[in-house]
Design a protein around this ligand. Sequence first.
Ligand code: 4AD
Ligand code: MG
Length: 430
Amino acid sequence: MKTTINQVHKYVNQEVTIGAWLANKRSSGKIAFLQLRDGTGYMQGVVVKAEVEEEIFNLAKKLTQESSLYVTGKIVEDTRSPLGFEMQVNHLELIHEAVDYPITPKEHGTEFLMDHRHLWLRSKRQHAIMKIRNEVIRATYEFYNKENFVKIDPPILTGTSAEGTTELFHTKYFDEDAYLSQSGQLYMEAAAMALGKVFSFGPTFRAEKSKTRRHLIEFWMIEPEMAFVEHEESLQLQEQYVEYIVQAVLKNCQIELDTLGRDKSKLEQIKAPFPRITYDEAVAFLKDKGFDDIEWGDDFGAPHETAIAESYDKPVFITHYPTSLKAFYMKPDPNRPEVVLCADLIAPEGYGEIIGGSERIDDLELMEQRYEEHDLTGDAYKWYLELRKYGSVPHSGFGLGLERTIAWISGTEHVRETIPFPRLLNRLYP
Ligand code: 4AD
Ligand code: MG
């Protein structure tokens, strides 16, 4: 019977065959312990000299790291392994011998590992992070389906800038100029007027010259947009969504979290509601903490966000930023037009901003005024203005950065390990 490592619990005391790679090996004159991986998990295969044909034991002893093989044997319980099972190997069939695999069990530098990302993905930690990424994606679709959102795919090639705050990738689009999308939001607003509650999930691009542990050039964003939803209601959905994905990972990725040595008690606390502070309160708090340089109207940097996050064991919303700091489409607070109805959600433990969101301007005249202030001339933005012309309604939305969220949940220091093939300031390979 051919099966996979994550299914062996169904075959206790039965003989099965698994296609696998050799992750590691220990052997003596009488016994060989093969650490096998097949993509679904890790399992030990035990080859006992006295119980197999001589050539099989010889093969087991000379197997090299990352060689591929079919292993056949009996599945038995093994309470010491995280899997709970191991294989008593009867037969081995070498498929391909790997010679001089570059990533050995010793320590390697990050640049070396990044140059070998196509192979590094096979290692235990990277495997665990990709499984967690998959669970966050799965739980995201589940959550928004449960909440009756419609998935909408905004274009990647666009004629406009959505954020204005970051650099765009430019390309020629036949005779026109085009940019890789930095956010699908403007299109999602159009979709919300057609379908009510919508979400997008796709790659976005920012030509930022930032070289920090939180910045990727290409990253994935989940962008819900909701008609007839004001700021407060949007915050409630955001905290429910974040709780949902964290709890899903806790439930379905226990082996992976343990592999990464993640403190699970920190994740267990992630339940809605989340604390909220206003930008004004955040500035006062930072001054109090000794950040003398910060003035009302300044944006927060990573050290400021971390200082604020350290006061909480849950993500914290910072709301009502100065209008001047934020994107042109954000709705001013009717009682205080110098601030906008927005919030950034800051993850605990120094992982930074994972969500940016706001209520959107729905008044045509005010939007026209913003167009002038931000010099959004030309035809490219014409359609967006028309959303305010024909049946405008209050609406809100937000964007969650997938990789920063995974970095936080998995306890991974740098976002570059949370995406299969990171695009960084100095890296387009592999
Ligand atoms: O705060 P941002 O720029 O918001 C928007 O783009 C809005 N249009 C979203 C919306 O309202 N629909 O980006 C949203 C999130 C950030 O909070 C962060 O998690 C992530 O996207 N992000 C990045 N992640 C990795 N690398 C980068 N360079 C990122 N820039 C933003
Ligand atoms: Mg932001």
